[in-house]
Design a protein around this ligand. Structure first.
Ligand SMILES: [Zn+2]
Length: 451
């Protein structure tokens, strides 16, 4: 069947007018072809004249249809590290746990880490991610993503500076060559569902020549640059010492800024930095759970939005969250600003924008995803908000979605028009197999690093 009718839902379009309408949504060949009034059942089931077969109807009466949620900063390779690196400061978190665990990864463990993360994401209504893998075996993550059906822009992590642990450090040329090879193979794969990003870990882990080369390679390939920036004062200090420059100016000087760049965190950015990010059109990716759990601070997101910055949302990796849940991030993004700026700061509707339109822009896919509009890719989430925790039903719908809903309220999920979750069940992989294989790989990793 190439045509699907999602019938009778309350549709949160996130279109330029932010319309919320009772409408049927028709999907054909992976795209939204109509958002409008109901066809009669009999007409909907009639075979289409081009002979592609009939239209399948997905009954969404009483349900809420949302654009697929987008998380613009994820590390699928860390999903197996969940619960293995709690309650540590970022520097110790990286050096004692995350780097040794990443160094112990094999192709198989990267594959199952990606499957575990992607399954959790899809079941929780996230349909697209910007991902950073580790330095090795990124191809295995792409293979997992290809089979499970999540939309992903993924890149091999780049770490060529002398300060990196020897187990992860790579010669500059080799790191760049492997990135270029992965880009050639995966950028635009699976009918454009998979894309490549160039992913320097963060400024202190990379040499200047590598960062400059990344900027050129990404521009030539039409690819996103995905990195971390301004997460802690220590990081800012390290960059200042090494380059004499503040981190965001330094990144700009090596070509990592503007609409092609997605900078996770940006917690420690002053007024001038915010103005510069806005001017450049650089994407900031806010990770509220991660910033709280690692004690990094509260990013000045309302100030950034007021200045016109482009902002997306992400869970970061499982060990610093420990959920990969867009609902948690939306809720927290709204809540954490309020003690600082008052309860009016970052209202629910703005949080939902970050998780849809903001994410789409960070992935460079604003023309393709992020809203329910004719011509866009059919990345859709159907929510069941009948649970007691989202009642009463007459309350503001955006409030119910952002402040009350949970990942477990997701009923159906479509990516590229393909039903990947139906009635809360993952259709593209066996959850029992992921459970078993991911646990076996996590055990092996723990033994390998002695924790
Ligand atoms: Zn991260």
């Amino acid at each position: 069947m190439r045509s699907l009718l999602l019938k009778g839902a309350r549709v949160v379009t996130m279109d330029p007018q932010r319309r919320i309408v009772d409408a049927d949504v028709t999907v054909r060949d992976g795209r939204i072809v109509a958002v409008g009034r109901t066809l009669k059942d009999s007409a909907a089931r009639r075979p289409d004249p081009k002979g592609h077969g009939g239209t399948t109807v997905l009954d969404c009466k009483g349900l809420v249809l949302l654009p697929g949620l987008i998380q613009a900063h994820i590390h699928l390779c860390q999903t197996l590290f969940r619960g293995l690196a709690d309650d540590l400061a970022l520097e110790a978190w990286l050096a004692k746990r995350i780097w040794p665990l990443e160094a112990a990864h094999t192709e198989e463990s990267v594959y199952w880490s990606a499957m575990l993360g992607a399954a959790e994401l899809l079941l929780g209504g996230t349909t697209a991610i910007l991902d950073m893998e580790t330095v090795r075996h990124t191809g295995a993550a792409f293979e997992a993503l290809e089979s499970i059906g999540l939309r992903a822009t993924t890149g091999k992590c780049l770490m060529d500076a002398a300060s990196n642990p020897a187990s992860l450090r790579e010669p500059t040329e080799r790191a760049l060559q492997e990135s270029a090879d992965l880009c050639a193979k995966w950028h635009g794969a699976a009918d454009g569902r998979l894309r490549y990003c160039f992913a320097p870990r963060f400024a202190p882990s990379c040499t200047g020549p590598l960062l400059r080369a990344v900027s050129d390679l990404a521009a030539r390939a039409g690819a996103v640059i995905h990195t971390h920036a301004a997460e802690t004062p220590l990081e800012l200090q390290a960059v200042k010492q090494a380059t004499g420059n503040d981190e965001l100016s330094y990144l700009d000087s090596v070509g990592i800024s503007g609409p092609r760049a997605a900078l996770a965190h940006c917690v420690w950015v002053d007024k001038e930095g915010i103005a510069r990010l806005a001017r450049q059109g650089t994407n900031v990716v806010h990770c509220p759970s991660s910033n709280l759990k690692l004690g990094s601070g509260v990013a000045p997101i309302p100030e950034m939005l007021a200045a016109g910055c482009h902002v997306g949302l992400g869970a970061d990796g499982a060990p610093c969250n420990n959920r990969l849940d867009a609902f948690t991030e939306m809720r927290l993004a709204a809540l954490i600003q309020k003690p600082r700026l008052g309860p009016e700061a970052l209202p629910a509707a703005q949080a939902l924008e970050l998780a849809t339109l903001g994410g789409a822009r960070a992935l460079g896919l604003e023309a393709e995803i992020g809203s329910i509009e004719v011509g866009k890719r059919a990345d859709l989430v159907v929510l069941d908000l009948e649970g007691l925790h989202t009642q009463p039903a007459e309350a503001d719908l955006i409030s119910r979605i952002v402040y009350s809903a949970r990942a477990s309220d997701v009923r159906h999920v479509l990516v590229d028009g393909r039903v990947v979750v139906k009635d809360g069940v993952l259709k593209t992989a066996k959850v029992e197999e992921i459970h078993r294989a991911a646990n076996a790989q996590a055990r092996r990793l723990r033994r390998a690093v002695g924790i």
